[in-house]
Design a protein around this ligand. Structure first.
Ligand SMILES: Cc1cc2nc3c(=O)[nH]c(=O)nc-3n(C[C@H](O)[C@H](O)[C@H](O)COP(=O)(O)O)c2cc1C
Ligand code: SF4
Ligand code: SF4
Ligand code: SF4
Length: 490
């Protein structure tokens, strides 16, 4: 397993993580650290932008916007001050790609931000990081201090006349603050609410100055591109998505954790060859890519070569790299409800489609999982999803319906079973469940009677037992306890 895992992976963004002491500037320098910065200072800013454009680097924070194009816009916007911002808000539940890079290789981000600052003409940078990342903050702060003490940040870097420094701004863990306009509002001390675009931050951002916001992983690729060249980077990946992507594997998968693979690697390779498939011999059912606003991909999608376009074509998205695997025991209606519950909680409330629409969607899903859904609810939900996508102000609202739409598409039979037969095929929705005992299998061991909290199982020792369905609260304790698989969910 380990050998396969190594063969399939390619580490660019996480190249130093686990290999160097992240608190040692010397260690970083020994890995050619700050050589890329020295190199760009011998180039013109336009040449640096061109290298990043030619490399084909696209934003790893979710949108996949070409980084070089964005830098080029900020470069061409003349202003007395510009800003380079690193988005380390990382709000996707279960995702920790950015944290791993900041904890394992903080100098790569410091160096990349200075390179970006030089390319766009910014002298100030800021890392917006969630306060729940104390180790990442500590190591980043040390990296900034050490780089400054060594003259790698601050005035006249490498005697080039280029000045650049970085400050740290703290987020309080709101998912919406990862959205770049909300992040900028939060950095300015306002409530973290998105504003409409245009103007884009590259035109008018932090304090209304041209501002580039890039994700941690995007930055982590930059020094490697400068050192190894645009052609090297663009030779990795697919026609439209170059380089690698870091994914956080979570859920029902044997090898949970971070991986980095070339773009174009198939879901099958990621989930089975690297991830080891589902634990306990369970059948793979789906994988949610793109975090809580992404979509669920199923068996039929396993050979899809992962890149920005292929995921969008399947009603999902790359997002920042979260991958949550589901197995045969998961109910896809409940999965959609779970993700909606998250985004509904995280809506900032500024616009009606997202604030109210999410509540209405949740009510419908709740009704369906409780066995009261109708066909009309399904079509109402679909219409509402489409109108929220079309009318919400920011990416949070616009993508919020994705888990519902993708599961309604791929797992239509499960929705049908919930509303027409009032059955949850995965036996997850408790309201539609009935626990019963198979008399042919029951040995009368009495164990279940000891764990039933409402004492609704009766029977004589060594004789088949019976559940009184009118009293059963469907807690599942008997099902978990029985060693003979005699308790059945219907
Ligand atoms: C609701 C929401 C949350 C987001 N959260 C993050 C985040 O945590 N980190 C991130 O880099 N980008 C996040 N983004 C994307 C940013 O708005 C922005 O596109 C990104 O930081 C740009 O960097 P990139 O071009 O390097 O990807 C989020 C977007 C939305 C709509
Ligand atoms: S879509 Fe949602 S998160 Fe975005 S501005 Fe509207 S209410 Fe706020
Ligand atoms: S635990 Fe299982 S085998 Fe034992 S009495 Fe209950 S149902 Fe029967
Ligand atoms: S599901 Fe819970 S309440 Fe129902 S019979 Fe089993 S143990 Fe008792």
């Amino acid at each position: 397993m380990a050998a396969t895992t190594q063969i399939k992976q390619l580490r660019i963004a996480t190249r130093n993580c686990g290999f160097i002491d992240p608190e040692s500037l010397d260690d970083y320098i020994a890995q050619r650290g700050y050589e890329a910065l020295a190199k760009v200072l011998t180039m013109t800013p336009a040449e640096v932008v061109e290298v990043i454009k030619t490399a084909g680097l696209r934003g790893r924070g979710g949108g996949g916007f070409p980084t070089g194009v964005k830098w080029g816009i900020a470069l061409s916007n003349k202003a007395d001050q510009k800003y380079m911002v690193c988005n380390a808000d990382e709000g996707d539940p279960g995702a920790f790609m950015d944290r791993a890079v900041l904890e394992g290789d903080p100098h790569s981000i410091v160096e990349a931000m200075a390179i970006g600052g030089y390319a766009i003409g910014a002298t100030l940078g800021a890392v917006y990081i969630r306060a729940e990342y104390p180790l990442a903050i500590k190591r980043l702060r040390k990296a900034i201090d050490d780089a400054r003490a060594m003259g790698l940040l601050g005035k006249n870097i490498f005697g080039s006349g280029f000045d650049f420094d970085i400050e740290i701004k703290y987020g309080a863990g709101a998912f919406v603050c990862g959205e770049e306009t909300a992040l900028i509002r939060s950095m300015e001390g306002h409530r973290g609410e998105p504003v409409s675009k245009p103007p884009f931050p590259a035109q008018s951002g932090y304090w209304k100055k041209p501002t580039i916001v890039n994700n941690v992983e995007t930055f982590a690729n930059v020094p490697a591109i400068i050192l190894k060249g645009a052609d090297w980077f663009s030779s990795i990946g697919t026609a439209t998505s170059k380089g690698t992507k870091v994914f956080a594997l979570a859920g029902k998968i044997v090898n949970v954790g971070l991986i980095e693979v070339p773009m174009g690697t198939s879901l099958r390779e990621v989930i089975f060859d690297i991830g080891g498939g589902c634990p306990d011999g369970k059948e793979f059912k789906a994988v949610q890519t793109g975090g809580p606003s992404g979509g669920a991909l199923a068996h039929k999608d396993l050979d899809v070569a992962i890149d920005y376009e292929s995921l969008i074509a399947r009603k999902s998205m790359m997002g920042s790299g979260g991958m949550v695997v589901m197995d045969e025991d998961d109910c896809m209606v409940s999965v959609a409800k779970f993700f909606l519950d998250f985004t509904m909680d995280e809506t900032c409330g500024k616009c009606t489609p997202c604030r109210i629409g999410s509540k209405r969607l949740f009510e419908i899903l709740d009704k369906i999982t409780k066995g009261h859904g109708t066909q009309a609810d399904l079509s109402r939900m679909k219409t509402l999803c489409e109108s929220i996508k079309d009318t919400a102000l920011c990416g949070l609202g616009q993508t919020m319906p994705n888990p519902i739409l993708s599961t309604m598409d791929t797992f239509a039979n499960e929705y049908e079973a919930h509303v027409t037969q009032k059955k949850c095929p995965a036996h997850v929705c408790t309201a539609m469940l009935t626990y019963t005992i198979d008399p042919a299998k029951c040995t009368g061991c009495t164990l279940c009677t000891k764990v039933c909290p409402v004492e609704c199982i009766s029977g004589t020792k060594k004789q088949p037992h019976v559940i009184d369905a009118s009293k059963c609260i469907k807690c599942g304790a008997c099902y978990d306890k029985c060693k003979f698989d005699s308790v059945i969910k219907l």
